[in-house]
Design a protein around this ligand. Structure first.
Ligand code: ADP
Length: 270
């Protein structure tokens, strides 16, 4: 709260000062609570794979004379390590995005390249899940933003779409230019999301179906990253879904004309 604002309001508004300060304290408490929840949830999420790794290491010790068992336990340790790496990577992305002074490197970004990278990054996952990735829509759109963050966000949507889809289905990734904005849509023909879950899937660590998404290796952070990344770019995320029919996640972003002479000049660090 700006102290000058307080003194002006104090002298002109008298009693309203108390109200202002209460509101400020409440906001601060809310942020503190969010931070505490984040730390608590994070520690809880990290404990699970760390605990599994130490149990598996003990199991290897006691199965030392059974090479087949040792191989099974070792490959499970490796799977838990991969999960830990994914989890810590996502936790770092999210805290960077949420920090008010987070490093977001803004420049002119060609969405064609973002889409290509997001699709190529998930080709192997799509292949082994038997899901076809289909690219469509408009080409040549640009936004002002951070390419790495956008690739991570679109990549999370593509990964989820594959994860929650049956074999033989299609996942569409497309860009639509709508005047001053541009929409990046990722749609699937998968399990869909119920109405009550649609309100909550963007929350950190929320999983619509805890047991299933744990089995499929989810972290509950992917969509939270998508939401914060989109907001950092001055946009918003929309979700359409019908249980049993599929889902479409759309990132709506402000578009820029990359051919305008001042497109690069206006680019700034934020
Ligand atoms: P996770 O890493 O668990 O997938 P996310 O934050 O990416 O975490 O997603 C949160 C939850 O939203 C998931 O656990 C899943 O229940 C649901 N969800 C996300 N994307 C889809 C989708 N394309 N189809 C169905 N459910 C989805």
């Amino acid at each position: 709260l700006d102290p000058r604002l307080v003194s002006v309001r104090a002298s002109t508004l008298g009693g309203q000062l108390t109200l202002l300060m209460i509101r400020d304290v409440t906001e601060q408490e809310r942020l503190d609570q969010m931070r505490r929840d984040f730390v608590a949830n994070t520690s809880h999420e990290l404990k699970t794979p760390v605990g599994a790794v130490s149990l598996l290491a003990e199991a290897i010790e006691s199965a030392a004379d059974d090479p087949a068992q040792v191989r099974i336990f070792a490959s499970r340790i490796s799977a838990e390590a991969t999960r830990l790496a994914q989890l810590t990577g996502r936790i770092m992305s999210l805290s960077r995005l949420q920090a008010s002074d987070g490093v977001v490197d803004f420049s002119v970004v060609a969405l064609d390249e973002v889409i290509t990278a997001s699709i190529e990054g998930h080709a192997v996952q799509a292949d082994s899940a038997g899901v076809e990735l289909v690219r469509g829509g408009d080409r040549g759109a640009h936004v002002r933003g951070d390419a790495q963050i956008l690739i991570e966000a679109v990549g999370n949507l593509v990964a989820n779409a594959i994860l929650y889809s049956p074999r033989g289905s299609r996942v569409g990734v497309g860009v639509t230019i709508e005047g001053e904005t541009v929409e990046i849509a990722v749609s699937d023909q998968g399990i869909g999301i119920t109405e009550s879950d649609r309100e909550r899937v963007f929350e950190r660590f929320y999983r619509a179906d805890e047991a299933r998404s744990r089995r499929t290796g989810g972290t509950g952070l992917g969509l939270s990253i998508v939401k914060h990344a989109t907001q950092r770019h001055g946009g918003e995320v929309r979700l359409w879904s019908r249980p049993g029919r599929g889902s479409t996640f759309t990132m709506v972003l402000p578009r820029i004309d990359a051919t305008a002479p001042d497109a690069e000049k206006k680019t700034k660090k934020k």
